[in-house]
Design a protein. Structure first.
Length: 183
């Protein structure tokens, strides 16, 4: 069995954020044959500017692009800030969307999960992240999205919630990225 690599884009920069802890648990409990790597350093990316991208790409952006391009899948784990995805995540997707039509996300299977302490559980942020990744050329697995409200349940302790997150990872890994040849 070959190894499947999953790059994680984390929308929260806090060292002890719930979403980071979800990502870390998924990495630690990844199924056999699956490696999950949290791509830290999104806070080191300059805001996307085509002028910066024209000549010598900033080291942080070049590194992120290479790491995502080298992964088989991308998992976005994010909270919701003010009804949308965090700016650091949006900026990372902007860098990964270039060069246009050939960015690191092009044809890459992507799923979005996470939690926010609201009744909506990050649903708007997850929809925005999925839409942005799709526009960047990713193959977004819409039916895999998990937007877990963190209001009435401890998402880190609840076995049912943890199974939702593990199930999303499994679905992402098991996704058949082979283009259909059906006539």
């Amino acid at each position: 069995m070959s190894q499947t690599s999953v790059a994680v884009l984390l929308g929260s920069l806090r060292a002890d954020s719930v979403n980071r802890r979800i990502a870390e648990r998924l990495a630690a409990e990844a199924p056999e044959g699956v490696s999950v790597e949290i791509l830290d350093g999104l806070d080191q990316l300059p805001f996307y500017n085509e002028e910066l991208d024209a000549d010598e790409v900033p080291a942080a952006a070049a590194s992120l692009r290479a790491r995502v391009a080298g992964a088989d899948r991308v998992l976005i784990v994010t909270p919701e800030y003010n009804g949308t995805m965090p700016a650091v995540l949006n900026n990372a997707i902007d860098w990964l969307s270039r060069p246009y039509g050939a960015g690191a996300l092009t044809a890459k299977p992507v799923a979005v999960i996470g939690t926010t302490p609201t009744p909506y559980g990050g649903r708007w942020a997850h929809a925005d992240a999925a839409r942005s990744a799709n526009i960047a050329g990713a193959v977004v697995l819409e039916d895999v999205t998990v937007s877990q409200p963190g209001v009435e349940v401890d998402v880190l302790a609840d076995a049912e919630v943890q199974e939702k997150f593990r199930g999303a990872l499994r679905s992402l890994v098991e996704y058949d990225a082979t283009p259909s040849t059906a006539a």
